[in-house]
Every structure is written in structure tokens, then in C-alpha cells.
Design a protein around this ligand. Structure first.
Ligand code: SF4
Length: 371
């Protein structure tokens, strides 16, 4: 029987490294991008041989900066994806950097069935952009957003970063307004995390403390809502139900295949990932079983499903839990959740849900419900 998955292709290239980023990406030359494009296409064919009865109704090209591949390589990858897994009408998303000249890339993407662009806007004020060391200006962002719509692509998602040095609630409100003005239908808001080994980790930064960061997050939730973006996940917001179908697969524990260095997969109840090495991937290296942070969770376990579902504003519902596991949400989970403050967690006949305040302390809540 035909199975439907999400397909993720990792493109580990960036023009320069942002000082806070620890994603697997580096500055490439043309020959590396050519060789990597070939490796991705080969990998798609090889996986199709392994999963002949599988199709993908979402494709997400992430990174890194996949738009850096340029029109010709992007066309090759999209063609291979269509020839192997990707169905007509699939949600096809490309991450792009607003600093770049994207007209040709977007035109090619649209011609190859591309539906959605996701860009790291990060801020709607120059001060915060500079504090983050981003390559683009507000002018670049406006040009890039216009290029999306000029190419006939209707769906735009923009990211914003929270808890940046010197960032105020007014900056956050300005960014939410700017995302709306640029015509996005989807927004993601992430709290800046200082990752070990990044340039930010080596600097003395005067960052908002935990309470200030929490206030900035709640300001973002409120400001985005005032522009019509309804929160549907801890960090994600959509107008008129324009959620990311691809990312929803992660939170709904639906299957996905990730190709490229550092890309993760969840196929037939098994989680596995490619090593963070482009050389290993291009040499045909295999992914390995994901080390469970996870020692606590058996594969495809109800606990793991519940933990991912609680990231969504819909939460863990009785209906979906019963459809998946053939039983009710365990009483012990309900009882533990019900003992937590109502400002953080809602428990009723529909199931268990976190509030925006609860999302801020989600890990502590998960530890209470699933000890
Ligand atoms: S553009 Fe994105 S992936 Fe590349 S270094 Fe910056 S934050 Fe990381």
C-alpha cells in the first residue's frame, strides 16, 4: 500500500556564518555545490529504490541557505525530487536569505512547482539585525519579499528572533507589524539560544534575562495575533490556517525522510540521521539510528507522541490519541497535568493543552507529566 511521507533535503551552504548559528552549514565553492547537487539526486534515487511504494506530499529544502544553490542546481534537485517522491500539489518550501538576489531562483522554483518561501527576516528594525550580525538590511527584506510575489509564489513565511541584545518590546511589535506588511501568511518566532562553539558564545553579551526573554516572547505572541497570525505551535503562527504542513508532520509524529548531512528521518517507527559530514554524505555514507535523548522513549512511543503534540496549541487530544493508540490518554498523565497551574496547562474532556505561558516552561512541564 502506498505510504505518504514528508521529504526534507538539507543544503548545508551559507554565504557567511551568522555568529549565533550552530546549524551544520559552511561557505561553499561552486564545485562543492555541483558535487553536492549530484549527491542529493543520487540519494533520492537510492531511497526511492528502498521505499518504492512511498510518496511525499511535502518537500522542504532547508539549511543552511538552499537558495544559494542557484537556479540550475535547484532545478536539478527539484526535478529529481519530483521523479522520485514528490506528488503533484505537494507543499514545496524553499528557505532563502533575504540578503541575496533571488529573482531567478524564485522564478525557477515556481516553474518547478515551488509553493512556499521561508526567509530568516529575524527583525523589523536595523538595530536588532545588526546585533544579530545578519547580512541583510530592511531594504533587502522588502526587495526579497517582493521577489517572492513577483515570481507568482503566494506563500511566504518569515522568521523573527527574540531575546536579542538590546531588543525591546517595541522592537518586537515593530517586527510583527513588518512581517504583516511584507505580506507573509506565516511567522516563526524563536528565542535566541547561545550555542557552545559559536562566536556569540565567546563574546560578552548583555542579553535579556529569563524574565525579560519571557516577556518578549509573550509580546511576540500578542503582537502577531493582533496582525492575524494565530499561534499553532510553540514557535509558529499562521494566518487563515496557512500552517506549515511539512513541519506539522514532525509534531504529529508522521513519517518523514531527511537527506543530507545532519538530516533526520522517522520512517516505519524508526528515527535515524545522517552524520554532520558533507564528505560522508557525498561518499554515499548511511544514516545511523538516532541516539535517543530518548533513552526514555521506545520507538514511536505514546510518551514521545504526547510530548511532540503538546508543542501544538491543539495539544494532546483524546480523539487523535485514541485513533493512534486505540485507548484514552493515560489517567496518570491527566492527573499530573491537572495538578499544574491552570495558567500553564489546560486539562478537559478534549485532552491536555499548554498555554503560551506554559510553552515558555514546556520542558519543566513535560518533566512533570512524564516523570
Ligand atoms: S543564514 Fe541561517 S543557516 Fe546560515 S549561518 Fe545564518 S542562521 Fe545559520
Amino acid at each position: 500500500m502506498e505510504k505518504t511521507i514528508g521529504l526534507y533535503l538539507h543544503v548545508p551552504f551559507c554565504k557567511s556564518k551568522c555568529p549565533y548559528c550552530d546549524f551544520y552549514s559552511f561557505v561553499p565553492d561552486d564545485s562543492t555545490m555541483d558535487a553536492y547537487t549530484d549527491a542529493l539526486c543520487r540519494s533520492l534515487l537510492a531511497w526511492k529504490d528502498r521505499l518504492p511504494e512511498t510518496v511525499a506530499d511535502t518537500l522542504y529544502l532547508g539549511g543552511g541557505t538552499p537558495s544559494l544553490l542557484g537556479a540550475k542546481r535547484l532545478q536539478a534537485v527539484l526535478t529529481a525530487a519530483r521523479q522520485t517522491f514528490v506528488t503533484d500539489g505537494a507543499e514545496v518550501t524553499l528557505e532563502a536569505n533575504p540578503a541575496d538576489d533571488l529573482d531567478e531562483v524564485f522564478a525557477t522554483f515556481a516553474a518547478c512547482g515551488g509553493k512556499r518561501i521561508s526567509m530568516g527576516l529575524q527583525a523589523g528594525d536595523d538595530h536588532t539585525l545588526q546585533a544579530l550580525g545578519r547580512r541583510h538590511s530592511l531594504h533587502d527584506a522588502e526587495r526579497a519579499a517582493k521577489a517572492v510575489f513577483d515570481a507568482g509564489i503566494k506563500r511566504l513565511s518569515l522568521d523573527m528572533m527574540l531575546a536579542v541584545e538590546g531588543q525591546t518590546a517595541a522592537n518586537v511589535r515593530q517586527t510583527a507589524a513588518y512581517i504583516h506588511t511584507l505580506g507573509a501568511e506565516h511567522a516563526s518566532a524563536y528565542l535566541l539560544k547561545i550555542e557552545p562553539g559559536t562566536p556569540f558564545a565567546a563574546r560578552t553579551l548583555s542579553l535579556p534575562d529569563e524574565d525579560e526573554a519571557a516577556d518578549l516572547y509573550l509580546t511576540a505572541v500578542d503582537a502577531l495575533a493582533s496582525h492575524g497570525f494565530a499561534q499553532y505551535e510553540i514557535s509558529n503562527f499562521a494566518k487563515n490556517g496557512a500552517v506549515s504542513r511539512h513541519n506539522l508532520k514532525y509534531w504529529n509524529s508522521e513519517p518523514y525522510l531527511g537527506l543530507g548531512p545532519a538530516a533526520h528521518s522517522f520512517i516505519d517507527g524508526k528515527r535515524f540521521a545522517y552524520p554532520r559530514s558533507i564528505a560522508a554524505f557525498m561518499d554515499g555514507g548511511e544514516p545511523t539510528a538516532e541516539a535517543p535523548d530518548t533513552a526514555t522513549f521506545a520507538e514511536n512511543s505514546p510518551e514521545e507522541y504526547a510530548l511532540l503534540r503538546l508543542r501544538l496549541t491543539d495539544g494532546l487530544t483524546e480523539t487523535d490519541f485514541a485513533a493512534r493508540f486505540g485507548r484514552s490518554i493515560p489517567t496518570a498523565w491527566r492527573d499530573r497535568a491537572a495538578r499544574l497551574p491552570k495558567s500553564l496547562v489546560t486539562v478537559d474532556s478534549d485532552g491536555i493543552r499548554l498555554t503560551p505561558e506554559g510553552f515558555l516552561v514546556s520542558n519543566a512541564i513535560f518533566a512533570q507529566i512524564f516523570p
